[in-house]
Write a new protein. Sequence first.
Length: 419
Amino acid sequence: MERDKKQQGMSRREFLKLSASLGAGIAIGASGMKAIEHAVRSDAPAATGAGTGVDPEAADERIPLYGEHQAGIVTPQQTYMYLASFRITAADRAAVIRLFRDWTRFADLAAAGGEMKSGGNPQLPPSDTGETLDLPAAKLTATFGFGPSLFLQDGKDRYGLASKLPRYLQDIPRMPRDNLDPLLCGGDVCVQVCAEDQQVAFHAIRNFIRLSTGSAAVNWLQEGFISGGSGGQTPRNLFGFKDGTANRLHETPAGYDSVVWAGDGEPDWMKGGTYMAYRKVRMLLEVWDRSSLADQEDTFGRHKESGAAYGRQGEFDEVDPSRLPDRSHVRLAKETNQLIHRRGYSYTDGVDPRTGNVNAGLLFVSYQRNPEAQLLPMLKLMQSRDALNEYAVHIASGLFACPGGLREGRYIGQSLLES
Ligand SMILES: C=CC1=C(C)c2cc3[nH]c(cc4nc(cc5[nH]c(cc1n2)c(C)c5CCC(=O)O)C(CCC(=O)O)=C4C)c(C)c3C=C
Ligand SMILES: [Fe+2]
């Protein structure tokens, strides 16, 4: 996508000049990557205006890493997402802590639009991969979640964390229509990176992977996008339907408390946290494209162009489930009487060379405080009766517990690893 980089805020070169003048930055040790000494504070006041060389709009482009909750959960959806799953290979808890510290420092730096700073020795590889020089922070967020296997792997309590397992953390049970690829499921840690610039997002995920060398290995990496559009419209999925409309029902602080943020009965480290559910759902575009508009609309119980539910005029008008087809996707969701916060992205992945069919679909991501009560009944009901099943196949799955937000100076997962 062609974007006017200048319009987007401070470039990384400018950022480096600024961070140098503030005495901050990241220095890299002889290993080239691992010894990150300082992270630039992402919440440092932006030095903007005359003489600074910094675009005043820069501040708008940064989403701080720090806060009561992790960013990237109820943050308005950025255009691009990478989702990576890691298996932790670290020998002991101390090594896990070192990894999470490094990741946190880099996440802070990336959210601020910075680069890792090399020690100036041309005989060593550059510390940073460099593809975001001149690019702004682009509203980058990095969101971390822990899978069940971090706590207990094949009955082994590798890092002494088993007693801190969150209340609802377990792999999503196998569903009757699942066609899951085990290589694309689960993981010890999941990192969701979102940004308004795909290269900025990729740079972050790539450097999370680099920083993990020796302590973790990537299991899988997914990339997604949503339709841009001006004026905050609901993005359309690859079936051409507005997808995310019902989030409006809970998008208030009180709504987030009742739908998203983990509650009583959870270990302390989950305070302000949530559960991230992931399903990779392949959408059978060729079958869909041959179906009539009436069949397409009956599948959801909403009109394609306006997004309005059957019997209604506007996208956000209240849904009357009795007016929707029995097996329609929205009617089934309503039958469960539950809300979840969806934050999905479309994906495309070339064509299947055997059939010539396009590989594409939805990286379904949802956040909820209690996946057992909110998500699983919905998933079960949909798998047994959803009209959408004719056009969609679930091929990957994961559930991760996302700790609460971070205070400056602390690292992601600290309250889990040091309590
Ligand atoms: C189990 C959870 C869900 C999965 C998996 C899922 C897959 C999926 N959904 C669409 C497209 C749409 N979904 C819509 C609404 C909707 N979907 C879920 C849950 C899952 N979807 C919920 C809870 C809701 C909201 C229902 C409500 O309360 O009104 C819609 C309608 C517009 C909207 O509200 O977003 C569309 C369109 C696809 C294509 C898909 C898998 C491929
Ligand atoms: Fe849906």
